[in-house]
Write a protein that binds this ligand. Structure first.
Ligand SMILES: C[S@@+](CC[C@H](N)C(=O)[O-])C[C@H]1O[C@@H](n2cnc3c(N)ncnc32)[C@H](O)[C@@H]1O
Length: 222
């Protein structure tokens, strides 16, 4: 069931995944399901919904990330990773990319460490800390910052800025409230490079990926 759904979603997204990618995505889902029963990692129950909403949602951003990230091995921070979305699926499909997962809740980072070991993911770093604290420790080191269901757009942009290299980008995974949230962003400070609709196979919920770059440099790197 899960395999065919996953294959269906992937085929429609036009991503070229190999057998190892698919096996690891399946394994990640399985582990998430197992831990969810005990620790309530995510709010969404049921295999069908988790395939669609969590995993496919997370890899649907890949074609746009590939288009905008020029570095062969970009360093990307995922703020408020929770159970590893979108960072783990991205790290599985793009083993040359370096993902830093920042999550304050320890039971969630314990799960992420478990997944890292189980899937032998060498390209992820897991920080069990608050985003605000990591920003001070690692300023200006990331090609991109991404998040899913983390916070509102204006706050996400404020929190992302210190992480970015001078030409760094922010990728905000948003739903239908994106327009409302955009109103609260000072567009003197940010340039909207793209606002891409994401088609999630078999799911009618609106999803969008906003790509933004800062007009000013981070106060921590200037
Ligand atoms: C709604 S969950 C989303 C998780 C995941 N990105 C997803 O899409 O399933 C938001 C996560 O952000 C974490 N979080 C919120 N504020 C944070 C902060 N200041 N620093 C680190 N993590 C934070 C929470 O603990 C929670 O796991």
């Amino acid at each position: 069931m899960s395999e065919s759904l996953l294959a269906l979603g992937i085929a429609e997204l036009g991503l070229n995944l190999n057998d190892t990618n698919i096996a690891n995505l399946e394994l990640f889902l399985q582990e998430m399901g197992r831990w969810n029963q005990v620790h309530n990692l995510t709010a969404i129950e049921g295999e069908k919904d988790s395939v669609r909403l969590h995993l496919i949602d997370s890899i649907a951003v890949l074609p746009i990330l590939r288009q905008f990230l020029k570095d062969q091995n970009p360093k990307i921070a995922d703020l408020g990773s929770g159970g590893g979305l979108p960072a783990i699926p991205i790290a599985i499909v793009e083993p040359e990319w370096r993902l830093t997962l920042i999550e304050a809740v320890r039971k969630k980072t314990a799960f992420l460490q478990h997944v890292r070991g189980k899937l032998k993911l060498k390209n992820i770093e897991i920080l069990s800390e608050r985003v605000e604290d990591v920003a001070v420790q690692q300023p200006g080191q990331f090609d991109a910052v991404i998040s899913r269901a983390f916070t509102n757009l204006a706050r996400f942009l404020d929190l992302s800025l210190p992480f970015l290299k001078p030409d760094g980008l922010v990728f905000a995974m948003k739903g239908k409230r994106a327009d409302e949230e955009m109103q609260a962003v000072c567009m003197n400070d940010w340039r909207l490079l793209a606002d891409e609709p994401l088609h999630i196979p078999n799911l009618s919920v609106e999803r969008r990926l906003l790509v933004l770059s800062p007009m000013r440099k981070s106060p921590l790197t200037s």
